[in-house]
Ligand binder design. Sequence first.
Ligand code: GEK
Length: 247
Amino acid sequence: MSDIDQLFSRPLAKVSDFVFDQDVARVFPDMIKRSVPGYPTIIESIGLIAGQHAQANSLIYDLGCSLGAATQSMRRHVQVEGCRIIAVDNAAAMLERCNEYLQAQDAMVETLLPAETLQADLLDLTLAPCSVVVLNFTLQFIPPGARLTLLTKIREALLPGGILILSEKLQFADPTTQDNLERLHYAFKRANGYSDLEIAQKRSAIEHVMLPDTLECHQQRLQEAGFAHSHVWFQCLNFCSMVACRD
Ligand code: GEK
């Protein structure tokens, strides 16, 4: 169903800012797997973590769901009664493809958690009370000035005992750490078949669109948003995932 990512393989006269359009939707599973170290492990583990924290008769949100990989994983792992997933993205092309994947999953497995998709900007979205919220590599695309407001909105919507799973690319304050992990990430991409040209053009396309923070910045912002506790449960190179607990 997914094509090989060759979007940046030819020299481009001008590299435009990255957008989640039909071309990206077509190659997205291949692109994210070859670009984000540990992505399959993170997706599978999101299902396990949600399975531990999802509460009966509650909502689960997958915010910035793309093609719904985290939603599909949670549908496989969450066992409690009466749960429902709302998968939200503002990109129509991504959601169209997400719906196809969810329908294919429905056709293969009989008893799955109900999931619906919603096209909306996360900054305009009103969240209903929920037990689990997933932001899997989404916050880094939200304008930095709006990130605390979004996290506060999530914290306020979470039920007692509720959690946020937050995965992000990390920036490092120490230049040596930053340089080492960035070079290792490029080596990872090269080992997965991306050329130096593809890596450079993708980097130009993304540099004004995806703005990573340091781990310390995330931890402080989560605290400011009112989360009682947060911890890292996964890190591979400069990519990490955290769990933040409401109380
Ligand atoms: C996964 N979680 O595979 N409102 C709604 N959606 C947004 C917004 C916004 N303001 N900004 C960006 N997005 C997925 C991967 S990708 C990460 C997430 C990446 C959406 C955007 O359209 C895209 O689908 C997603 O956030 C980010 O588990 O490509 O590195």
